[in-house]
Design a protein around this ligand. Structure first.
Ligand code: GDP
Ligand code: MG
Length: 186
């Protein structure tokens, strides 16, 4: 088995909850890695762990251009970079706003590239608050998860699916045994 940690990039248009999901996946245990080799500066990386598997999670975006055209161009560039750099993508959409044309554009770009993609329909804060989730069925995603990145529901299901579908190294024994890395002492 390969020992390299795969990179999972979080993509999607501004304000859908990418950074919220990034922070939730990392939790307090994971360290932010800002000197990961071969990366650009406008993205954030962190080392994550789920059920004994290790991977790198990447947050994209960070600033919003003023114009609609600027946003389309920026999105296309960011998604292109994520496609090249990552082993799999988590495509976040806003389940309250429903599907916008730019979501469809991003999805098509990802499918053309043949990337592994997991669809996160975010901001579904309660099980009954999902009137617009069905909007996204038309994309025909193999893996689709209604979730609330803020509240946390649905995120574990996404991570379970990621570790089932992407080869990942096991957490080393000595790390797994350690109850709390923040505790002082040797
Ligand atoms: P990004 O631009 O895609 O990185 O989005 P952010 O993570 O910065 O979140 C944008 C806004 O959406 C913030 O105000 C978040 O608090 C909010 N948000 C993120 N996740 C959820 C969620 O699950 N439910 C709700 N109601 N709001 C959320
Ligand atoms: Mg963000």
């Amino acid at each position: 088995m390969s020992t390299a940690k795969p990179i999972i990039a979080i993509i999607g248009r501004p304000n859908v909850g990418k950074s919220t999901l990034f922070n939730r996946i990392l939790g307090r245990r994971a360290a932010i890695v800002d000197d990961f080799p071969g990366v650009t500066r406008d993205r954030q990386y962190g080392e994550a762990e789920h059920c004994g598997k290790e991977f790198i999670v990447e947050d994209t975006g960070g600033f919003e251009p003023g114009s609609e055209d600027g946003m389309l161009l920026l999105m296309a560039e960011q998604v292109e970079m994520a496609i090249r750099e990552a082993d799999a993508l988590v495509f976040v959409v806003d389940g309250r706003e429903g599907m916008l044309p730019i979501d469809k554009t991003i999805w098509e770009q990802v499918r053309r590239a043949g990337s592994k993609v997991f669809l996160a329909v975010n901001k579904i804060d309660s099980p009954t608050a999902d009137p617009l989730v069905a909007d996204f069925f038309v994309l025909g995603a193999e893996h689709m998860f209604p979730m609330t990145a803020e509240g946390g529901s649905g995120v574990a299901e996404l991570l379970d699916c990621l570790i089932e579908n992407i080869p990942m190294p096991d957490v080393p024994e000595e790390d797994a045994e350690e109850p709390d890395r923040d505790a002082s002492g040797p």
